[in-house]
Design a protein around this ligand. Structure first.
Ligand SMILES: Cc1ncc(COP(=O)(O)O)c(C=O)c1O
Length: 377
């Protein structure tokens, strides 16, 4: 009989079950303190996460999109400026640029890693460029050496979108300390996820982080009710900070457990016709936020897996230059051929630290069955 037991794309209940007493203790402590905004947990999380990344400073904020928007504003990005980025990413990357009043300029991605192709970067830089914003998509770090060299030649800061890359590294240094600053999301499904929305900006530039903090806290000056710049409210909840501090203690182990499952996937999918398996570029260590294969009959494979109880996901079905909401950025079909092709071929398979290795085998068996049928059709 066909096995159709469900395999979810992610299992947050299984993760929570492993650490429930620690989470309960942290939540009870915050409730007992009644310090719900700010307080020692937020400060300690900033210190601990900055240290994890190898950055000197961090500012906890409301979510990853805010982290990006606040960082852009703290760099002075505003109307008339251009920010060079990629279209093969989550919408938040580009929302932040547009919400800061600037124009996104898209560079196509490298096919193997789905990250900014440094060979195409220089041509996108103009006198209006204010900043370079690469994305460590799926947890794989962008080619930060080449990007950093080009940015330095033009005197431009590099802001990492590290929303999917907690614990990833490039040439031995962690995401969060690879550019001038970095932005993280702690959306619940991320490698380090809160029990709600949360985000962080990291940098080794203390003044920059102070500007982010000021904008995130209503542009507050030294005196109470003195507002020296136009700010907003994007402070991190203390409850989320306390929960994230618990989870941060487990992150390295969880990332290692993801890596074991990725190796199982890679072994089991070797030689399956028509499947491109993700790899790491030399010098890169992915956080393996997502395990994303490429196939030409993507929708057919997703449907086959679904019929067997196996979840999959498409990150992302439409590159951002072709999203109606971002039409003001002026994208045209054909402009970013690699990003556009990848958006038709990518399929993310279940991946999380608690994923049963036997389920990896089962998922791969179903992928093989579908692909072989294609070959023989
Ligand atoms: C690459 C990328 N950038 C930005 C964001 C935005 O983060 P958030 O959802 O916390 O606003 C996300 C997360 O979803 C992301 O994956």
């Amino acid at each position: 009989m066909t096995d159709t037991r469900p395999v979810p794309i992610i299992d947050l209940a299984a993760q929570l079950a492993r650490i429930r007493p620690e989470i309960d203790e942290a939540v009870a402590r915050v409730l007992g303190s009644t310090a719900f905004v700010g307080g020692p947990d937020v400060h300690e999380l900033e210190r601990e996460f900055a240290a994890f990344c190898g950055a000197a400073h961090a500012c906890a904020v409301g979510n990853g999109t805010d982290a990006l928007q606040l960082a852009l504003r703290a760099y002075g990005v505003s109307a008339g400026d251009e920010v060079v980025t990629v279209a093969d990413t989550f919408v938040g990357t580009v929302e932040a640029i547009l919400l800061a009043g600037a124009r996104p300029v898209f560079v196509d991605v490298d096919e193997a890693t789905h990250t900014m192709d440094p060979a195409r970067l220089e041509a996108a830089i103009t006198p209006r460029t204010k900043l370079i914003l690469p994305v460590h998509l799926y947890g794989h770090p962008a080619e930060m050496t080449a990007i950093g060299e080009i940015a330095a030649r033009h005197g431009l800061p590099v802001l990492e979108d590290a929303a999917q890359a907690h614990g990833a590294s490039w040439q031995g240094r962690r995401a969060g300390a690879l550019g001038h600053a970095a932005c993280f999301s702690f959306y619940p499904t991320k490698n380090l996820g809160a029990c709600g929305d949360a985000g962080m900006v990291t940098s080794s530039d203390a003044e920059f982080v102070a500007r982010v903090r000021q904008i995130a806290n209503h542009g507050a000056g030294r005196q109470r009710y003195e507002h020296v710049v136009l700010g907003t409210n994007s402070r991190l909840d203390t409850l989320q900070a306390a929960i994230l501090r618990v989870k941060l203690r487990h992150l390295e182990r969880w990332n290692a457990e993801r890596r074991v499952r990725v190796a199982l996937y890679a072994d089991a999918l070797r030689g399956v016709p028509g499947v491109v398996v993700p790899t790491e570029r030399t010098g890169a260590r992915s956080a393996w936020h997502l395990f994303t294969i490429r196939v030409t009959e993507r929708d057919g494979l997703a449907e086959h897996l679904r019929s067997r109880g196996i979840a999959s996901a498409v990150h992302y079905p439409r590159p951002l230059h072709l999203q109606p909401a971002l039409a003001s950025a002026g994208g045209r079909p054909g402009e970013l051929p690699v990003s556009e092709r990848l958006s038709r071929e990518v399929l993310c398979l279940p991946l999380y630290a608690e994923l049963d290795p036997a389920d990896v085998e089962r998922v791969c068996g179903e992928v093989r069955a579908f692909q072989q049928r294609l070959v023989h059709a």
